[in-house]
Design a protein around this ligand. Structure first.
Ligand code: PMP
Length: 368
C-alpha cells in the first residue's frame, strides 16, 4: 500500500482510488479479451461498447435531453476555444458572439475567438486585471443577434464560479465547465454547448467532453475549419472519425460508473457544498490570517485560492513546505496569481478537506 498523499492539484488532478484500482486490476486483460484496453482497436466491439456506455452514463448523470450529442474530443479545453468559434459563429458576414470574461480561462477563450470573427465583451475587463467576481447581469450588454454567448462556469485559476445560469433570451449559451462539470446539477437544456477538459473532475488529460445541442451541428462552419475540428463530423462518427484517446475515455467511463454508484451528481453536490463550506470557514474564521480574494457569492466550490497574511511570500512558502511534509501536495497557487490554491474536486473526500483544515488551523496557531 503506497503512502496516502492528498493531491490538491488543479489538473491533472486526483482520481478516485477505486477507479485506479479497477483500471489496475484489468490492465493486462480487458473484459476477457486477453489484451489491454490500450491495445484494443478503436473499431472493436469492446471499445465501442465502453464508449457507448460512457456516453449513456454522462447522459444519466447529467440528465442530458435526447436532442444533445455527447462527444469525446482531443486538444484539451484550449482547442475548444477555437473550435467553438469556428463552428458556432456562423459563416455569415456581420456575425458576432458575446463573451463574459470572468477570469484567466474565459479571457484566453475570448482572445482565441477574436481570430475568427467579431467578438464582443458583455462587460469590460477589470482595470486591475484581478478577477474576483461576476458583474450583475443587469450590467451586461448582450447582443440579441449574437451567434452565441460564451462563459466559463468556474475559473480554475481565479476561483470565481457562477452561481446562476446566464439568461440569453434564446441565443445559444456556450459554457466551459472544465473545472466544475459533474460537481453540481446542470440544466443542460439551457445550453447550446458545454465542454470540459477531462483532467480535473472527469478523468485523465487527453480527452475533452463536449455536449452539443443537435441543431447547432448545422451552423455553417468558418471555411478554414480543420476537418478534425468539425463538431458535426465528430458527431456523425460517434467521436470515431480518427483514433480517439481510447485509454483516457476508458478511465472517464470508470469515473462515471463510480459516480453513479456513489449516488450521482446530487450526492457530489452535497459533498462539495460541505467541503467548500468547511474550507472557506477556516479562511473566514482566521481573523485575516488567511484571506480569499473572491467576492463571497462567487467563490468557487472547486478551486479555493487564498493568501496568507495578505500575500506574505515567505510565510506562504513555509505553508507549502510544511503541507508537503504532511503529504498534502500541489497547493501552490497558479503562477499568474501566486498564493495558495486548494483544488477540491469530486475525488477529494470530506475527510481530506478536514485534514487540510486541521493543518491550516495548526499553521495559524504556530505563525500568528
Ligand atoms: N478551461 C478551464 C476552466 C481550465 O481550467 C483549463 C485548464 N486548466 C482550460 C480551459 C484549458 O484546458 P487544457 O489545458 O486542457 O487545454
Amino acid at each position: 500500500m503506497s503512502k496516502q498523499v492528498l493531491n490538491f492539484a488543479a489538473g491533472p488532478a486526483a482520481l478516485p482510488r477505486e477507479v485506479l484500482a479497477k483500471a489496475q486490476s484489468e490492465l493486462l486483460d480487458y473484459a476477457g479479451s486477453g489484451i489491454s484496453v490500450m491495445e484494443l482497436s478503436h473499431r472493436s466491439k469492446e471499445f465501442e461498447g465502453l464508449l457507448n456506455r460512457a456516453i449513456a452514463d454522462v447522459k444519466t448523470l447529467l440528465n442530458v435531453p435526447d436532442n444533445y450529442k455527447i462527444l469525446f474530443l482531443q486538444g484539451g479545453g484550449s482547442t475548444q476555444f477555437a473550435q467553438v468559434a469556428l463552428n458556432l459563429l456562423g459563416a455569415k458576414e456581420g456575425n458576432s458572439a458575446d463573451y463574459l470574461v470572468t477570469g484567466t480561462w474565459s479571457l484566453k477563450a475570448y482572445e482565441e475567438a477574436k481570430r475568427y470573427g467579431t467578438i464582443n465583451l458583455a462587460f469590460p475587463l477589470p482595470a486591475n486585471k484581478k478577477y474576483v467576481t461576476v458583474p450583475p447581469q443587469s450590467e451586461w450588454k448582450l447582443n440579441p443577434a449574437a451567434s452565441y454567448v460564451y462563459y466559463c462556469a468556474n475559473e480554475t485559476v481565479d476561483g470565481v464560479e457562477f452561481d446562476f445560469v446566464p439568461e440569453t433570451n434564446g441565443v445559444p449559451l456556450v459554457c466551459d465547465m472544465s473545472s466544475n462539470i459533474l460537481s453540481r446539477p446542470v440544466d443542460v437544456a439551457k445550453y447550446g454547448l458545454i465542454f470540459a477538459g477531462a483532467q480535473k473532475n472527469v478523468g485523465p488529460s487527453g480527452v475533452t467532453l463536449v455536449i452539443i445541442r443537435s441543431d447547432l451541428l448545422d451552423v455553417k462552419q468558418h471555411p478554414a475549419t480543420p476537418i478534425m475540428l468539425g463538431y458535426k463530423l465528430m458527431a456523425e462518427n460517434n467521436s470515431l472519425y480518427n483514433t480517439p484517446p481510447t485509454f483516457a475515455i476508458y478511465i472517464c467511463g470508470l469515473v462515471f460508473e463510480h459516480l453513479k454508484a456513489l449516488g450521482g451528481i446530487a450526492e457530489m453536490n452535497a459533498r462539495n457544498d460541505r467541503k467548500s463550506q468547511a474550507l472557506y470557514a477556516a479562511i473566514d474564521n482566521s481573523n485575516g490570517f488567511f484571506t480569499s480574494p473572491v467576492v463571497p457569492a462567487y467563490r468557487s466550490r472547486m478551486n479555493v485560492p487564498f493568501r496568507i497574511r495578505g500575500g506574505d511570500d515567505a510565510l506562504e512558502n513555509k505553508f507549502l513546505k510544511e503541507a508537503e511534509a504532511q503529504n498534502m501536495i500541489q497547493l501552490k497557487g497558479h503562477r499568474s496569481v501566486g498564493g495558495i490554491r486548494a483544488s477540491i474536486y469530486n475525488a477529494i473526500s470530506e475527510d481530506n478537506v478536514t485534514q487540510l483544515v486541521a493543518f491550516m488551523n495548526k499553521f495559524l496557531a504556530a505563525n500568528n
